[in-house]
Write a protein that binds this ligand. Structure first.
Ligand SMILES: [Mn+2]
Length: 438
């Protein structure tokens, strides 16, 4: 393990490790990944990241903003390599962290984690340039074949704890109608720039409690006898917050699961379980469900459309809503498309694009973002093990079809960040880059 820690330290300093060590690392990584399903289950809290594209210094900035491994639980949605000048350092570091802290680092496959694409968009050339042969490229591609195709985040809270550093100002901004903090956007200095609230959906029996308190959920689980001085909130049955199971929204796991994929949905995949049936241990195919998951994009259309990328599909809001409903998902998180603000929610919050490569290709001028989902501590740490387990199985809470809207989005905290200063130094920016959309 000390070898591994040494490798991590070296890669963090943007220095490569010897080829023999890369071979060993890739072998270990493959042994780990082979055990993972096509759809990895990840418990909240988790920080979800989009494309990195070899922008090593920006990855360091991401860790500065999002917290270090293993303190922060990370989920990267692919496209670690190509385009940037440090694909090797970026991917090998992430892989080291995966092997060192397997439960704190989830890596899923992007469309660039492919032999064919990396041959065209830079990673192959970088391997030849830095190692003098294609060996390391080959080792990495073998790892790519074993990366999961998606992840399912379970146990995310519907409500955010306001950022601590800004608690006072947030309190001042708290709307009068007992809103739950639904989204928060922070700049790289940790300052809250946007907060949105959703109306608290509580039964009338619970509305008399002072739900304006913004204490962290962990403070709320006081014994029922102390509840007069403890910050009250209607919690799950069996927790101190409610003291009983009488609240109609005792089902606090109304936050459905969050499906994370690199690209998007596929017309060949109507359920999350269908993804689990794919034989993923191969080069990314040119078509079919596995290809679509890595290549598709949401678009303002109805139904399915042809993708200008030549692979995958475009899919509309009706597709997203149907898929989320069928699978009891509250959100699809994906990457794959440059968004200038770093993140973009579409279709009433049914899908979000997270983009984590600031100033993409060292010339796009965009900011980047990561998305944090908090942990739902209101249910005593119990998490639905399947997407939809709670909503499906509890006929009392979910008996009427009219309550389908009670599956609400998880609270989402976006940390927006800009390109690292040193990475912008001495970068050639003359050559126009043709296909940003790849
Ligand atoms: Mn992509």
């Amino acid at each position: 393990m000390s070898d591994l820690d040494e490798a991590i330290a070296q890669l963090r300093a943007c220095r490569l490790i010897p080829e023999t060590q890369v071979r060993e690392l890739c072998y270990k990584a493959r042994e780990l990944l082979i055990e993972e399903g096509n759809v990895v289950s990840v418990d909240a809290p988790v920080t979800i990241c989009g494309d990195i594209h070899g922008q090593f210094h920006d990855l360091m900035e991401l860790f500065r903003v999002g917290g270090d491994v293993p303190d922060t639980n990370y989920l990267f949605m692919g496209d670690f390599v190509d385009r940037g000048f440090y694909s090797l350092e970026s991917f090998l570091l992430l892989l080291c962290l995966k092997v060192r802290y397997p439960d704190r680092m989830t890596l899923i496959r992007g469309n660039h984690e492919s032999r064919q694409i990396t041959t065209v968009y830079g990673f192959y050339d970088e391997c030849i340039r830095k190692y003098g042969s294609a060996n390391v490229w080959r080792y990495c591609c073998e790892v790519f074949d074993y990366l999961a195709l998606g992840a399912l985040v379970l146990g995310a809270s519907s409500e955010l704890e306001p950022s601590v550093s800004n608690m006072e100002s947030t309190q001042a901004m708290m709307p009068i109608d007992d809103g739950e903090l639904e989204t928060e956007v922070l700049n790289s200095k940790g300052e809250v720039t946007v907060s949105t609230y959703r109306r608290r959906q509580r039964s009338s029996s619970n509305t008399s409690t002072d739900s304006r308190n913004i204490s962290p959920p962990r403070d709320i689980s006081a014994a029922p006898g102390n509840s007069s001085q403890a910050p009250l909130r209607s919690g799950a049955p069996g927790t101190g917050a409610s003291g009983s199971g009488s609240g109609s929204y005792g089902n606090t796991s109304r936050t459905g699961a969050v499906l994370c994929v690199h690209g998007g949905l596929s017309p060949a995949i109507e359920s999350v379980d269908k993804i689990r049936l794919i034989d993923r241990k191969q080069e990314v195919p040119h078509e079919g469900p596995m290809c679509d998951l890595l290549w598709s994009d949401p678009d303002e259309i109805e139904g399915w459309g042809l993708s200008p990328r030549g692979a995958g599909f475009l899919f509309g809001g009706d597709i997203v809503k149907g898929f989320n409903h069928t699978n009891d998902l509250s959100l699809v998180a994906r990457a794959h498309q440059l968004v200038m603000e770093g993140y973009k929610e579409m279709f009433d919050g049914g899908i979000v694009t997270v983009w984590s490569a600031p100033n993409y290709c060292y010339r796009c001028g965009n900011v980047a973002a990561i998305m944090e989902l908090g942990e739902d501590t209101s249910n005593g740490g119990m998490v639905a093990r399947n997407n939809g387990e709670y909503g499906r199985s509890n006929g009392i809470l979910m008996g009427s079809s009219s309550v389908e809207s009670s599956v609400v989005s998880p609270g989402r905290r976006y940390r927006v960040f800009e390109a690292a200063a040193q990475d912008t130094r001495g970068m050639p920016a003359k050559k126009p880059v043709a296909d940003y959309f790849l």
